[in-house]
Design a protein around this ligand. Structure first.
Ligand code: UT7
Length: 327
C-alpha cells in the first residue's frame, strides 16, 4: 500500500474591506509611514469593524468550499488556529462549523500565536495520514484589532485582521506535508503576551484600568529570538530532508517583519523571488499570515513545488513545515 500524505488541495483567504493606512495611523499615535515602512515593511492593514474571528474564518471556508464545489456536510474536522477566539469557550472552531453548516464535523482551537497555522496544519495532517479522516479544514484567523491598544504605538502599527483556510485531503503521489519541526519555549511568555482575561489574571476593574487586556510586546527581545529561531529551524528542516536552496521553490514565512523574513531567506540561501511576501498589504495577521500568503500566491504554485512554511510567535513558539504542493 502506498503511503498516504496530507495534501493541501485548496486555499482561500478573507480580509475585511476596511483599510487602515500608515498615514491614518499617524493621526492616531505618534508614528509615521517612514518609520513603519522602514522598520517592518508594512504599508497598510485590514480592520474588521463588525463581527468576530469566526465570521472571517467562516467567510474564508465558505469561499473555499464553493470554489472546490464541496458540500459543508463532507467536512469531518476543523482545526482553528487563533489567539482571538470569539469566546474563552465554546471554541471558535465550534462556532465556525455552525456558521458554515459543517454539521458532521468536530473541531477544536489551537493557541500558538503566530505559529498557530503550522501547529494546526501539522496536527491536521496526522488525521489524514492515519486514515482517520478524508477531509480536514485548517483555518488560521485573528481579529488582532480586538486586542490592540491604540495608545501603544509599538504594537498597534504592526497587526491587522484576516483569515486563511486550507483543505487537507489524502494524497498517494507523495505530495503534501512531508515533515515538520515544531518548538516551544514558555519561558519567553513575558515578551509577547495578552496578560489579563485568563485564569492567571481574570478580568477586573483593575486589569481594565491597567490596560492589561491588550497585546504587550517587547519588540527588540522578540525580534532577536525571532530572527535567530525562524532562520535556524528553516535551515534545519532543509538539512534534515537533504534539501539544498535549489530544491526549495518557495519560502512561506510568517509576516511579522520584512527584516526577519530577509534574514530567514538569507540563512536558507534563497533569492527574493522565491519568498512569499504580502506584509505590505495586511501587516501581521498572526495565525492568518501563512494561509493568506498561500492564497495570494496560489496562481503561481505548481504541482510538485517544494515549499517551506516557517513561523515564530508568542510563547515562544516556532517551527517549519516542509510540504510539496499537490495541484
Ligand atoms: O509575530 C510575532 C512575533 N513578533 C515579531 O516577530 C516582532 C519582532 N519585533 C519587531 O519586529 C521589531 O522589534 C518592531 C517592529 C516591533 C520594532 O522595531 P525596532 O527596530 O526593534 O524598534 P525599537 O522597539 O527598538 O524602537 C526604536 C525606537 C524607539 O525610540 P527610542 O527609544 O530609540 O527613542 C521606539 O520608541 O522607535 C520608537 N518606536 C516608534 N517610533 C515611531 C517604536 N514604535 C514606533 C512607532 N513609530 N510605531
Amino acid at each position: 500500500m502506498k503511503k498516504i500524505t496530507a495534501a493541501i488541495t485548496g486555499v482561500q483567504g478573507y480580509v475585511p474591506e476596511t483599510v487602515l493606512s500608515n498615514e491614518e495611523l499617524s493621526k492616531i499615535v505618534d508614528t509615521s509611514d517612514e518609520w513603519i515602512t522602514s522598520r517592518t515593511g508594512i504599508k497598510e492593514r485590514r480592520i474588521m469593524k463588525d463581527g468576530a474571528s469566526s465570521d472571517m474564518a467562516a467567510a474564508a471556508i465558505k469561499g473555499l468550499l464553493e470554489k472546490m464545489n464541496i458540500d459543508p456536510m463532507e467536512i469531518e474536522l476543523v482545526i482553528c488556529a487563533t489567539v482571538t477566539p470569539d469566546y474563552p469557550f465554546p471554541s471558535t472552531a465550534n462556532v465556525i462549523c455552525d456558521k458554515v453548516g459543517m454539521k458532521n464535523a468536530w473541531g477544536y482551537d489551537t493557541i500558538a500565536a503566530c505559529s498557530g497555522f503550522i501547529y494546526a496544519l501539522s496536527t491536521g495532517a496526522q488525521f489524514i495520514e492515519t486514515g482517520r479522516h478524508k477531509k480536514v479544514i485548517v483555518v488560521g484567523v485573528d481579529k488582532m484589532t480586538s486586542i490592540l491598544d491604540y495608545q501603544d504605538r509599538t504594537t498597534c502599527v504592526i497587526f491587522g485582521d484576516g483569515a486563511g483556510a486550507v483543505l487537507l485531503e489524502p494524497n498517494e503521489e507523495g505530495n503534501g506535508v512531508i515533515d515538520f519541526i515544531l518548538r516551544s519555549d514558555g519561558s519567553g511568555r513575558q515578551y509577547l503576551i495578552q496578560p489579563a482575561g485568563g485564569s492567571a489574571l481574570p478580568p477586573s476593574h483593575q486589569t481594565i484600568d491597567d490596560r492589561m487586556h491588550y497585546v504587550k510586546q517587547e519588540g527588540k527581545a522578540v525580534f532577536k529570538f525571532a530572527v535567530t529561531n525562524m532562520a535556524e529551524v528553516s535551515a534545519e528542516i532543509m538539512e534534515k530532508n537533504g534539501l539544498t536552496s535549489d530544491d526549495v521553490d518557495w519560502l512561506v514565512p510568517h509576516q511579522a517583519n520584512l527584516r526577519i523574513i530577509d534574514a530567514t531567506a538569507d540563512r536558507m540561501g534563497l533569492t527574493k523571488d522565491k519568498v512569499m511576501i504580502n506584509i505590505q498589504k495586511y501587516g501581521n495577521t498572526t495565525a492568518g499570515t501563512l494561509p493568506l500568503c498561500l492564497w495570494d500566491y496560489e496562481s503561481q504554485l505548481k504541482k510538485g513545488d517544494t515549499l517551506i512554511l516557517s513561523a515564530f510567535g508568542g510563547g515562544f513558539t516556532w517551527g517549519a513545515v516542509y510540504l510539496k504542493w499537490a495541484y
